[in-house]
Design a protein around this ligand. Sequence first.
Ligand code: 5RP
Length: 225
Amino acid sequence: MTHQDELKQLAGEAAVQFIEDGMVVGLGTGSTMKFMVNALGERVKKEHLSIVGVPTSERTKEQAHSLGIQTKAINEIDHIDLTIDGADQIDPDYQGIKGGGGAQLWEKIVAINSTKNIWIVDETKMADELGSFPLPLEVIPYGSNLLFSRLKKKGYHPVFRMNGDKYFLTDSDNYIIDLHLGHIKHPHELALELDQMTGIIEHGLFLDLVNTIIVGHKDGPEIIK
Ligand code: 5RP
């Protein structure tokens, strides 16, 4: 395991204590979340917890089922008490970029419908400014080449995400375009602009959404907010 993975594991395992019996819990996606879901599986087994997981990807759903964690689809529940998810970059105002794993559409739907959101990250994700991590856009395939050209003309350095020689497909069968922006000076303005562009279903700017951040450091997890 790499050092970064060890820090992800620390954060993931620290988050599981926030889950209480009877909760409906949004389950994010990614390598940090894998550690959290493993730890949750152990708690469910040992403590016979009755929790319902709402997975944000097919990957997370499969992992949860393999560990005996009950899940429901988002349309089968009427509330989510708590969502735990990873993040790709977090700035000093606790704004974030997500979607490195291509799951940001389902992740954002789950996050905005959750009473509380916790992000779990290793310390390398904490940044002075967003943007050195490419900003993912989930886009509808129809017209995506023209959308790509518009993004290029704006100077947003778009790149289609690929899976070998095929387009990467999300769980909703859409494409991902990553914007290599370098810096995002005004995240709210950019979010508004992207929200208004036809063809973009969701972008990876997660603004004013998180309640608690758990950061894995080598000397232990830090809980922020
Ligand atoms: C997936 C995500 C992930 O939460 C994010 O990419 C962090 O992943 P990891 O824990 O593997 O570093 O947004 O769409």
